[in-house]
Write a protein that binds this ligand. Structure first.
Ligand SMILES: [Zn+2]
Length: 480
């Protein structure tokens, strides 16, 4: 194999990164990686366990002098997001990534690079391969399916792990460690309704022009939720000129702040309803953040429809749109800039005699998530919706006494005295949340080199930051 990354210190890390870049490894297609990792371990006589989820776990004994140092677990995911530019011929099922370097950045021609999270795989292999490297019991876990739902981490049998210190390597940039992440709950409010006969023109209302964003990372930005705005407008109308709802549809992903929402209603005094809706939209426009400056409400007379919801069901839907807690629920008591708990109504739809609203709640604190879910449950009961909890994962709350976080800050500063390392949390999911909940007494931290535009064909890896990342990993693992 021809290697292209030259002139950096950690040659073994870069060699392994290039080797795994030649193995197709989109989520769900980690078989090639499992075979490669197994062969790696076999060739070196390293203990290696694989499971039906395509996770790979290796363990190497402590080197001389490290027998009494606590074991450490390194972890990262083998799968990558497969995105390519229009016109790019790359076949993610069989082609190696076409790596190239531009201004110190490693990229893949036309596709995602998979630095997220190939850097973790390369870092673990470089350490396992280094016979001169001194370390305590070293456990390395290569997980699968992270990008599509953390499936490997969920499925792995953690009783195999002896370490109570976890260094996850799925974070960017260099110099910033993550010590907290959010768990999530997917829930739905559902209500069945009987259709009433109708034969009227509708008024169609469409909320448009909002910025939207990620329901975790952008939840604190104050960006408006199109479904909530529609709820507010409908509630205002219903107060003065009650109407029958015909249908409603907004958002398409639970984990995105919805940008658009459309409702159809039958109302006796259409002109009055339009005037009231316009008036409310003007008030809303004056309140919104700059990112939402393109907000507008479209009002159009619609076609004649044959059925609609009763007043009672219409009123219940308005409750569903306006009453659930939405947006930031609480901030972290350890770091007041960091959101601890939030929720987002991501989708609303009427379909086959049912109206449903999907909500994604996030929290780094499991007991606060319990409390939020209880409030949703109470609300559903009070408003006569069904409440369905579809999925839930644990959060990882910041531990102010984390030894790994303290080690990181001290070692990073020793290695790079000019720098100012920081420890943060993220209001989104990381595999650490699962491991911390499955491994009793586990101290965890997530680190990584500097990457840009992950999950897109513009993904780039800062090569110089990889040298620093490798220095850091080695120093943290061999810390006595
Ligand atoms: Zn990742």
């Amino acid at each position: 194999m021809e290697y292209i990354i030259k002139g950096y210190r950690h040659t073994s890390f870069f060699k392994y990164f290039e080797e795994i870049s030649a193995i197709p490894r989109g989520s769900g297609n980690e078989g090639g990686m499992v075979a490669y990792l197994k062969a790696f371990a076999e060739a070196r006589g390293i203990y290696c366990y694989t499971d039906e989820h395509r996770n790979v776990f290796m363990r190497k004994g402590a080197t001389a002098g490290y027998e009494n140092v606590a074991p450490i677990l390194l972890q990262g995911h083998t799968d990558m997001v497969c995105e390519k530019n229009g016109g790019c011929e790359h076949d993610f099922e069989k082609d190696p990534l076409d790596l190239y370097i531009e201004n110190g950045m490693l990229r893949a021609r036309g596709t995602t690079l998979g630095a997220d999270d190939g850097v973790a795989v390369a870092a673990m292999l470089a350490l396992l391969d280094d016979e001169a490297f001194e370390h305590p019991v070293l456990e390395c876990l290569f997980t699968s399916g992270e990008e599509t739902g953390l499936f490997g981490a969920h499925g792995f049998d953690c009783s195999l792990i002896t370490a109570r210190r976890l260094l996850n390597m799925d974070t960017s940039p260099d110099g910033e460690a993550i010590a907290s992440c959010a768990g999530s709950s997917d829930l739905m409010f559902v209500r069945e309704y009987d259709k009433e006969k109708a034969h009227e023109h509708t008024l169609n209302l469409t909320v448009k022009g909002l910025a939207g964003g990620h329901s975790g990372a952008d939840i604190h930005t104050g960006r408006a939720n199109a479904i909530r705005l529609m709820g507010r407008i409908l509630a205002r109308l219903y107060d003065d000129c009650p109407f029958h709802l015909v249908s409603i549809s907004g958002g398409n992903k639970r984990n995105a702040i919805p940008r658009e929402c459309e409702a159809q209603i039958i109302v006796l005094d259409m002109e009055k309803a339009k005037a009231l809706a316009d008036e409310e939209a003007k008030k809303i426009a004056a309140e919104l953040v700059a990112a939402d400056s393109r907000f507008h409400l479209l009002l159009r007379r619609g076609r004649i429809v044959e059925s609609c919801l009763s007043y009672k069901d219409t009123s219940a839907v308005i409750n569903m749109l306006t009453l659930p807690i939405n947006g930031v629920y609480s901030m972290s008591p350890v770091n007041p800039d960091f959101v601890r708990t939030s929720s987002n109504i991501g989708i609303v739809a009427t379909e086959e005699g049912k109206v449903m609203a999907s909500v994604m709640a996030r929290s780094s604190c499991d007991s606060e998530m319990d409390a939020l879910l209880l409030s949703f449950k109470r609300l559903a009961k009070a408003c006569a919706f069904d409440y369905v909890l579809e999925d839930r994962s644990s959060g990882w709350d910041m531990n102010p006494n984390s030894k790994l976080a303290a080690d990181f800050l001290r070692i990073y500063k020793q290695l790079f005295p000019e720098s100012t390392p920081v420890v943060n949390g993220i209001h989104a999911g990381l595999e650490c949340g699962i491991f911390v909940s499955k491994i009793e007494g586990c101290d965890a931290l997530s680190i990584g080199p500097t990457m840009y535009e992950i999950h897109s064909p513009n993904e780039a890896l800062d090569l110089a930051s990889c040298d620093r990342f490798c220095d850091l990993v080695r120093a943290m693992v061999s810390e006595k």
